[in-house]
Design a protein around this ligand. Structure first.
Ligand SMILES: [Zn+2]
Length: 385
């Protein structure tokens, strides 16, 4: 059975199509055209979203939880609750992200997450799906560890990386690592060889170590500015490399708390519409009342939209649709370009083929937005209208 979706505009996201027609069969997009050029095909079910904008489903490549669930603790049967919450904010795919924890705890969590990833799309409900694991740690700098517990940080070795890889049954898609710690370069090279997106972060690296990491295979940077050696005009360090190297994409938390709006603007100008990636770094408290919430092995206090542990920022309660709207406000980016930073760019960064675009052959995962970027509906695998 073919379904054809229409609305007032579509962002592919590189192109804008007026009066789009998106034909979907068996969960995939079979054709994207415009009512301006052709009539809606007869015999298909037509779903009309009126004056709305169609955009690819958002992807969140750095998220620790939401709706009261922490991804390191949730049972596979609980994760759909997080998936539904994420879908209500336009997210159709995500990378559950670890926090540095005792190795056995991490491996148990990775085994559960691998189950959830392998379960795939097995139901009728509309939910964001876990597509791969992001290892945030344990290979982080003590100096820039943020709230990751110091006793859980480890020096990188290929053996340790392989143990995590095996626990996740090969579903590790991203690795945040500090390139300046001993052993990091070998692990960067090995992870890159296994098609993991190696992301520089939680790092006190100076410029040469950051450059060497890119030569070894690093391709991205994690929550730029946060948990990084600060930019100094005579000592640019890792941020100097991240902002100027076109081989690197980079992500940022645009909640107005982690990075000041003017610096978000600087970042977006530096990385541009092709390399800027939005993440939430959201924790279990997202979508919940203020209080005390789990983030991996630690308990975080949430008040006035701020998550803290011993006075340090500990993740966010940001949702991806809000991040997209914030980009349009902080940097005056068009909704189309802001959407790109939450869809195509993370898909390219993380090598997620079939995600992040509304083009022929892509999965029929999309979000129906108002002109202001409010989520009206989310469609996953052609379902949910
Ligand atoms: Zn994080």
């Amino acid at each position: 059975m073919q379904t054809v979706f229409t609305a007032s505009r579509l962002y592919s996201p590189t192109e804008e199509i007026a009066n789009p027609l998106v034909a979907v069969e068996d969960g995939r997009i079979t054709k994207v055209s415009s009512r301006t050029d052709q009539e809606a095909p007869g015999g298909a079910q037509l779903v009309d979203f009126g004056d709305a904008v169609l955009a690819p489903g958002f992807l969140d490549i750095h998220i620790h939880g939401g709706a009261g669930l922490d991804v390191m603790r949730a049972a596979p049967s609980e994760l759909p609750r997080l998936g539904k919450f994420l879908a209500s904010h336009g997210v159709t795919g995500y990378f559950p992200t670890t926090v540095a924890a005792p190795l056995d705890t991490t491996c148990t969590a990775l085994d559960r997450l691998a189950d959830a990833i392998e379960d795939g799309d097995n139901g009728d409900s509309v939910q964001g799906r876990p597509l791969g694991v992001h290892l945030e740690g344990p290979f982080l700098s003590h100096k820039r560890r943020g709230v990751h517990p110091p006793e859980n940080l480890l020096e990188p070795t290929i053996e340790l990386f392989d143990r995590l890889w095996q626990a996740a049954r090969g579903h590790v898609r991203m690795l945040t690592i500090a390139p300046e710690i001993p052993g990091a370069m070998e692990v960067i090279a090995e992870a890159a060889r296994r098609n993991v997106c190696v992301s520089l972060g939680h790092s006190d690296a100076q410029l040469p170590a950051a450059q060497a990491a890119v030569s070894a295979g690093a391709r991205h940077a994690t929550h730029t500015f946060n948990a990084m050696r600060p930019l100094d005009h005579r000592d640019p360090g890792i941020i100097g490399q991240v902002l100027t190297d076109n081989r690197l994409s980079a992500d940022i938390i645009v909640d107005g708390i982690h990075v000041a709006p003017a610096v978000v603007q600087l970042f977006l100008q530096a990385k541009g519409i092709e390399r800027a990636v939005l993440i939430t770094d959201a924790i279990s408290a997202t979508g919940m009342p203020e209080g005390r919430y789990q983030l991996g092995p630690i308990l975080v206090d949430v008040k006035d939209g701020k998550c803290t542990f011993n006075g340090s920022l500990a993740g966010s309660v940001l949702t991806m649709d809000q991040a997209v709207r914030n980009v349009t406000q902080f940097a005056h980016w068009s909704l189309q370009n802001a959407v790109r930073a939450a869809t195509l760019n993370p898909a390219r960064t993380a090598g997620l083929a079939g995600h992040g675009t509304l083009t022929q052959g892509s999965e029929a995962n999309f979000v129906v937005l108002s002109a202001q970027g409010e989520v009206r509906k989310t469609v996953v695998g052609g379902r949910g209208f």
